[in-house]
Design a protein around this ligand. Sequence first.
Ligand code: G6P
Length: 612
Amino acid sequence: MCGIVGYLGYREAAPVLIEGLRRLEYRGYDSAGISVMSDDGALQTVRRAGKLAELEGAIAQHPPRGRVGIAHTRWATHGPPTEANAHPHTNETGDITLIHNGIIENAGVLKQKLLELGYTFTSDTDTEVVVHLIDHLWVQGASLEQSVAEALSQVEGAYGLAVVSTRDPFKIVVARNGSPLLLGIGSDGELMAGSDAAAVVGITRDVVYLDDGDVGVLDRTAYRTFHLERGSVRRQVHQVTWDLESIEKGGYEHFMLKEIHEQPQSLRDVMRGRLLPEDGVARLGGITVSDADLSKVERITIMACGTSWHAGLLGEYLLEDLARIPVDVQYASEFRYKNPVIEDNTLVLAISQSGETADTLAALREAKRRGVRTMGIVNTVGSTIARETDFGMHLHAGPEIGVASTKAFTSQIVALVLFSLYMGRRRNLSVLEGRELVAALERLPDQVDEILAQTDDIRALADEYFDARNFLYLGRGYQFPVALEGALKLKEVSYIHAEGYPAAEMKHGPIALIDDDMPVVFLAPRDAVYGKVVSNIEEVKARHGRVIAIVSDEAPELVGKVDHIVRVPHTVPALLPVLTTIPLQLLAYHAAILRGCDVDQPRNLAKSVTVE
Ligand code: G6P
């Protein structure tokens, strides 16, 4: 969602903070701001509506000077993205400034109280309440951290925040409750704070992840952490393993394109060390639960949001098919409020690229309250979901910066295939079936490369259709979730309205939309339902729809019948979704470029939705 960065050390803070914001901009990009404390203890704050470039422009001539500061990039929740609503927010006397991610749920009540006390508000944000509250509760002689803790004892809701004040200068206080925050521990007294590791890796790879209820105090001598209720706590220092290159564009025009092209590698990485070809099984070191306990699992409930939910839906097909375990897939946002029935031997599986999505996290916590085992399939090491699940698998896809998820999705599919294989081989799957799947997995990265080599053809396709107003994506079985994901990708980055449907459901409504203006993408690889899909294609053609068919071999039945054929290499049905997804990602990307859209930062979206 929004991005937080803080710096304290011997360098000028502003360039370090701007660099951190640049790396965090994918988290929110409708306004940005910076506060720097000068060496003589004065605060200088600059804020701008719009993208980070606006802020950079505003400080280019006279950058605020000083070696302590905080900065923020915003994704609006309360109040439109104006300069007045941009962070940092400052108290009336201008000596406390604060940045915040999350939502203060009792902001209304607190604001009323503060108004009665005579405070005036200059923004529509919930955040501004907190800065006035700190001001109001600050007693003579108290420290910044004491005053922040005092204020937080009255605050309800989710926050990751950072505060500086001239009343207790050369110090940054940060606090976390439900919104990610970490400290970066540099050498030579340099300290940072960030809402994710990308904000701090320019300075250090040593990070301390804060837990809910934690407060971090950074000053010129050291850092310390305490818990709002339990007092002093020590949190472990972790190493960030990926390097700066992985959060830079590396010669590609956009992160989305770079990440699409990284997929052969990210797929190798999710499989690395996990395939046992001889035994036809997967080795999953992160599944730290005993075989006896695993064999008790009678049902799996998957929860996720967005693209990760689509991966979850594929997980249902995979786990039922390969491991014969009944699976239900829930939108995390629905699960958390619906008083779900969770039977004893259920395993709850949370899938999340970021590991920070607020709804997925809340659903996970609800499941934990009901005492069931929980597993995570997560990309971001050290994220909250990775830490709060009992066991799990990391994707090792490296940071994903493009807001529309691409490489994380295909890695999630492969992780689910590996997990299904792992469970299946403990139950019903024969060694021969297992070996066939492992062999197909080994071929997968090169097959993705073959599809990427067709980029020019897919760009030509985009050229023909980029001005369409609507798109329909249809698939059956394993290809139904791919249809949903293909439609989501197109609407996210190109703003063309697109719907995904199970191909046969078309007859129950969407068929009414089909005319010669309606492009219909059919996922038609050679699998058990291929013949059925061909019939659905006939139905669309009979109504003059324009058909783009994604096929996995020669498909002679379709030659001359459909308008365009895109070929992907053939593989086992369980892995075809990885291959059929790639052309849909490229189609969305090129359509968006041709329409002049900002593919890496599509309007209104955010990479990681850490608020409800
Ligand atoms: C946001 C992103 C999507 C993502 C979803 C779930 O909406 O824009 O790309 O699929 O959140 O995120 P997660 O990090 O939990 O996978």
